[in-house]
Design a protein around this ligand. Structure first.
Ligand code: G6P
Length: 367
């Protein structure tokens, strides 16, 4: 069947708004609701014996992997290596016995990622894949297939595949923690509960679409934009910058909030908007001081935070976007929405071809 845009202007917009539905759909195959447990598909190896995880991907899928590194290490206490697929083979990585190599790809066909998978397999790693196309090459060559159920993604800039990848990776992190004995039944139940709340939180984030559209004109004239985030929201800053570059052609950089003072701060002036992704929490104060550093140099801030964070630090910002207050585990999923919408509306304000940005392809099958 042909896929239609329906009432949406672009496929990307439609796919952003599908996220509550497709994330719920994806989570359904990884959660047993009655037992409040995470469940994975059958595999022919023992996950509890995995001593190290190597995550490999490209583009937006790489940033999903970067979030997963935080989750695997925090919850399962398993060390994680992370590589761009195009770098992985050529650095001759040390792959010891007992390692799991995890490949993340919407298409399951990206040439660099597929070549990396084959290399890891030849080096004796167990192969897990998170893919959106279950008939893809990567799906066929995996020992453990972890499908996302995002449905076909047409917009070249990935959105719903990314949030579904995060949903699967969160479930995998929790399951790994359980089999490794690092997470109790009660803690697992708690995690499952938070994951189950994700679709509602995504809806709450989407409800700010009109506010974000209204502030897009503040970003559209910029030549450079900086995105800041900490911890598992740092990859979201990178993803936000990537989305903006891809579809609005504005130069954007993502930086770890605390690292800004070691370089990018030199760029700050009235002309460089700084988008800060900062849910309230233990590290919020540190981010507030980073914001003060920006402000002292005339920088204009867009703060994306929950009500608590906005009450504390929203004053004096050029704009704010309110997110629901969520568990830190699901914050990266929820904060994906405003960065996608911001890129989308800025691109619309600039009149670019949102679904078919110049020079980019949906699936890159050359190395
Ligand atoms: C291309 C697309 C990106 C995507 C990347 C990885 O560059 O334009 O949106 O993130 O490939 O694709 P994959 O299918 O492997 O996730």
């Amino acid at each position: 069947a042909t896929i239609e845009k329906g009432n949406y202007r672009h496929f990307m917009q439609k796919e952003i708004f599908e996220q509550p539905t497709v994330v719920a759909q994806t989570l359904r195959s990884y959660i047993r609701p009655l037992e409040q447990q995470v469940a994975l598909p059958q595999m022919d190896f023992d996950l509890s014996s995995i001593s190290r995880v190597t995550i490999v991907a490209c583009g937006t899928s790489f940033y999903a992997g970067m979030v997963a590194k935080y989750w695997f290490e925090t919850f399962a206490r398993v060390p994680v290596d992370l590589d761009f697929a195009s770098e992985f083979r050529y650095r001759d990585p040390v792959l010891e016995d007992g390692g799991l190599a995890l490949f993340i790809s919407q298409s399951g066909e990206t040439a660099d990622t597929l070549a990396a998978l084959r290399h890891a397999k030849s080096e004796g790693q167990k192969i897990a894949v998170v893919v959106n196309v279950p008939t893809s090459s990567m799906a066929r060559e995996a020992d453990l297939l972890l499908p996302t159920h995002a449905g076909p993604e047409i917009g070249v800039a990935s959105t719903k595949a990314f949030s579904c990848q995060l949903a699967v990776l969160a479930a995998l992190a929790a399951h790994l923690a359980v089999v490794k004995g690092k997470m109790t039944r009660d803690e697992e139940r708690d995690i499952v509960e938070h994951l189950t709340e994700t679709p509602a939180a995504l809806n709450a984030a989407l409800a700010h679409d009109k506010d974000i559209e209204a502030m897009a004109h503040l970003i559209a004239p910029a030549r450079d934009v900086l995105y800041l985030g900490r911890g598992p929201d740092y990859p979201l800053a990178l993803e936000g910058a990537l989305k903006l570059k891809e579809i609005s052609y504005i130069h954007a950089e993502g930086y770890a909030s605390g690292e800004m003072k070691h370089g990018p701060i030199a760029l700050i002036d009235e002309a460089v908007p700084v988008i800060v992704l900062a849910p309230s929490g233990p590290l919020f104060e540190k981010t507030v001081s980073n914001m003060q550093e920006v402000r002292a140099r005339g920088g204009k801030i867009v703060l994306i935070s929950d009500a608590e964070g906005l009450a504390e630090a929203g004053e004096g910002c050029m704009a704010t976007i309110e997110m629901p207050k969520v568990h830190p585990l699901i914050a990266p999923l929820v904060y994906a929405v405003p960065v996608q919408l911001l890129a989308y509306h800025v691109a619309c304000a600039k009149g670019t071809d949102v679904d078919q940005p110049r020079n980019l392809a949906k699936s890159v099958t050359v190395e």
